[in-house]
Design a protein around this ligand. Structure first.
Ligand code: C2E
Ligand code: CA
Ligand code: CA
Length: 557
């Protein structure tokens, strides 16, 4: 039954049946000519009273023929109309399938076809073809901050800007999200045309954009690839897919280099991406196999010279790469959405380690801005503290100024609920970001950590730095305790001693150490807790940090 309905709805089958109807009509016409030839003369004669009435059967056949002809023609016209309608609908569907509904540019799927077609045409004419990928920097922030309607409007406006700039022979596509691409033929050897175009594009995008009563400033990153291997370094491009992939790699490179810039594809980018993929796989496996370990850096009270706590610094003991520093893997883990899992794994180990230390020693932990986007961050952290039986008053979390741009309201409420439980909050790398005095005053920080780039200025023979003086004066004004980071030598330490009450950390006290090394240090100075002493007395099954034998590619600090 269902099948029958479906069949009768299928326009193609209806059309086929109607072709049969047209055939019947044609046959009927032929039949009419045959029967009409016999019936009509006798009918005329009979009407003129000049003969007998025509055969009734033949007259019926003639009338039936006429009815069939009328039926056939009617169906034929219906059929023609139906087919025209269908063509229009198909055209519409094809257009919808090939274009992006928001910007009406081509979409990713049709762009592949278009590029392939243009590549073949350019090749025939002796032209080169360039494929250019454009990605809006920080589009996610625009979406988060002003909503998706605003985000959509931004995309439409960007698309308009691109359309105005592109030459007639170029084709533009929205590949998805905030990613656009255009493909364009150009005379061989004239990549400068593309460079000029891209520079105009940057200038146009940089003009402030008015959307829904807000003024937005945008930048884009751009990756380019050509199918013409002018100097033989790239190898020929034989299909559109390769060209697109190369532009994608160049775009990725542009993003890595700090966004708001453009790059042409180069073969080295392929290695870069391969290495990145290798890192991604490694990080995933590293988390599963618990290859991430905490190292600890001492924090000292300058006045008394006493050890007051440790900052936990993540290290990756990778089987392939050796000991890897956080600057390499933290940003990738953030992008992969794995930073929370990674950080929580490290925290659990750090809480367990720090429970073996004297109860007076604090533990500082770095928190990524990505982790702070999670509205449940504070709750998760407090739950972990309870599970590890680690007192919140011994914990200090370090956040950087970049956290404050994203959602100050959310950050403030998280800081407040953590502080209510006794956790202390430090502002890390102070001076390298853009926190306003207003933010500093209104957010309840417990400490400011002066970035090591300022502290290193104290190495000057004068032992002075106006910036450090100013930061210290400001901290005092706001009644915030200060820590100086990156204290590398005695000269800097002496300069700091004259600047009042400060905590310090840095290579002058030694490099960051493993949990085992810290335990030995604390054992020697009688600063292990009762649990720590017990654990220290018991022989260890395996050293928690057994460094791999292979030569590390990325050395530890
Ligand atoms: P940071 O929080 O500013 O950490 C201080 C960095 O300076 C550490 O590098 C430390 O080894 C290095 N350092 C310490 N003393 C000196 C010194 O006297 N001179 C010099 N030149 N450097 C010194 P590290 O361990 O490579 O960490 C780099 C950054 O990675 C950290 O900067 C922190 O922002 C981030 N990080 C480390 N561990 C974690 C983590 O578990 N989670 C997150 N989200 N970030 C982490
Ligand atoms: Ca830190
Ligand atoms: Ca720092």
């Amino acid at each position: 039954m269902i099948l029958k309905n479906h069949e009768s709805d299928n326009p193609l089958q209806t059309a086929e049946r109607d072709v049969v109807a047209l055939g019947i009509a044609v046959a009927a016409v032929l039949l009419l000519i045959a029967t009409g030839g016999a019936v009509l003369p006798s009918a005329v004669r009979s009407l003129l009273g000049d003969g007998s009435a025509p055969d009734r059967l033949l007259v019926s056949a003639l009338l039936l023929n006429l009815a069939l002809i009328i039926f056939g023609w009617r169906r034929y016209w219906e059929l023609t109309r139906e087919i025209t309608e269908r063509r229009r609908a198909e055209e519409q569907a094809r257009l919808l399938a090939a274009t992006d509904p928001l910007t009406h540019c081509l979409n990713r799927r049709s762009m592949i076809e278009v590029t392939e077609g243009m590549r073949a045409a350019a090749l025939e004419r002796g032209d080169a073809l360039a494929y250019c990928m454009i990605d809006l920097d920080n589009f996610k922030q625009i979406n988060d901050m002003y909503g998706h309607t605003c985000g959509d409007a931004v995309l439409v406006k960007l698309c308009e800007k691109l359309r105005t700039l592109l030459p007639r022979e170029a084709r533009l596509a929205r590949l998805g999200g905030d990613e656009f691409a255009f493909v364009m033929p150009y005379p061989v050897g004239h990549t400068d045309r593309l460079d000029d175009l891209v520079i105009r594009l940057f200038a146009s995008v940089a003009e402030p954009l008015e959307v829904n009563d807000v003024t937005l400033e945008m930048t884009v990153s751009i990756g380019l690839a050509t199918d013409h291997d002018d100097d033989g370094a790239l190898g020929p491009v034989v299909e559109a897919g390769t060209l697109m992939h190369r532009a994608d790699m160049a775009l990725y490179h542009a993003k890595k280099q700090g966004r708001n810039r453009h790059f042409w594809f180069e073969p080295s980018m392929e290695n870069e991406l391969r290495f990145r993929n290798q890192l991604e796989t490694g990080i995933r496996r590293g988390i599963a196999q618990q290859e991430f370990v905490p190292f600890y850096e001492q924090q000292i009270d300058i006045d008394s010279g006493e050890l007051v706590g440790f900052e936990m610094l993540a290290r990756w003991q990778s089987e392939q790469l050796g000991l890897v520093r956080p600057e390499i893997f933290i940003p990738i883990a953030e992008e992969m959405g794995l930073i929370t899992a990674l950080s929580e794994q490290l925290m659990d180990r750090a809480f367990a380690d720090a429970r073996e230390w004297d109860d007076s020693l604090t533990l500082s932990i770095n928190i990524s801005p990505v982790q702070l986007r999670d509205p449940w961050f504070a709750q998760r952290l407090l739950k972990r503290l309870v599970a590890s039986n680690f007192p919140p008053r011994r914990l200090e979390i370090e956040i950087t100024e970049s956290c404050l741009h994203e959602n100050v309201g959310l950050v403030r409420s998280m800081i407040t609920s953590l502080r209510n439980q006794g956790v202390q909050i430090s502002l890390d790398d102070f001076g390298t970001g853009y926190s306003s005095l207003e933010q500093l005053r209104s957010l309840p920080f417990d400490r400011i950590k002066i970035d090591r780039s300022f502290i290193s200025e104290l190495r000057e023979p004068s032992g002075q730095s106006r910036l450090v003086d100013a930061i210290i004066a400001m901290g005092r004004g706001l009644d915030l305790p200060l820590t100086a980071e990156g204290v590398e030598d005695e000269d800097i330490l002496n300069a700091l001693r004259s600047m009042g009450k400060l905590k310090a950390q840095g290579y002058v006290y030694g490099k960051p150490e493993t949990a085992e090394e810290v335990r030995r240090r604390l054992s020697a100075s009688g600063k292990l807790s009762a649990t720590g002493k017990l654990a220290n007395a018991a022989p260890r099954a395996a050293a928690p940090v057994a460094l791999p034998q292979s030569k590390p590619r990325a050395a530890s600090s």
